[in-house]
Write a protein that binds this ligand. Structure first.
Ligand SMILES: C[S@@+](CC[C@H](N)C(=O)[O-])C[C@H]1O[C@@H](n2cnc3c(N)ncnc32)[C@H](O)[C@@H]1O
Length: 166
């Protein structure tokens, strides 16, 4: 869940480079993409569930809505400039209505980001679920030091977010 613009502004204030583009994985109902568009020039958001994607209000001109798997689309849509990544395409204890498929693209997303040049900011939502025994996905593997190791940078915890400056 996106916990607030002041929290995001504080993260950006500490960043050596301020990205103009945000990429969110897991659009759900689009609330966070709309909030990100008040800060960034362009927001890309990716949703795998067709029913959710089809139901989105796509009228915000600053938001580009993509249908598909974030692990596949991120390398295709990401520009060659610093990006604020908001990684939220993972379930823990809730599923969107009508959803049955399991999907947990975090390791693929992080592997790809780790190959990019320095300058990105990476936020992973749902720290409270990291390392847990939730049956969906690989939550038991997703501990903050492991995420930071894969991104080859230190991490901060801000509320329910893990934050890495790359
Ligand atoms: C926790 S919700 C996202 C909430 C949203 N970011 C927000 O703040 O309002 C997770 C979403 O990720 C989607 N999702 C799951 N796997 C995905 C994948 N591989 N690629 C893109 N979206 C995915 C789910 O369908 C669901 O809508």
């Amino acid at each position: 869940m996106f916990t607030g613009l002041p929290q995001l502004e504080a993260i950006l204030d500490k960043a050596p480079i301020k990205p103009k583009v945000a990429i969110e994985t897991g659009t759900y109902q689009g609330a966070t993409a709309t909030k990100l568009a008040t800060i960034f020039d362009t927001v890309h958001t990716i949703e795998l569930k067709k029913e959710l994607y089809d139901a989105l209000d796509k009228s915000n001109p600053k938001v580009k809505y993509h249908f598909g798997d974030s692990a596949v689309l991120m390398p295709v849509i990401t520009p060659e400039e610093p990006v604020f990544f908001y990684l939220d395409a993972h379930y823990h204890n809730f599923l969107p209505e009508g959803t049955t498929a399991d999907s947990w693209p975090l390791w693929d997303e992080i592997f790809w980001i780790s190959k990019r040049p320095a300058g990105d900011i990476v936020v992973v939502d749902d720290v409270h679920a990291f390392g847990s025994g939730f049956k969906r996905g690989k939550w038991h593997e997703a501990k903050p030091p492991e995420i930071a190791k894969r991104l080859d940078r230190p991490f901060n915890i801000v509320g329910d977010w893990l934050v890495v400056y790359r």
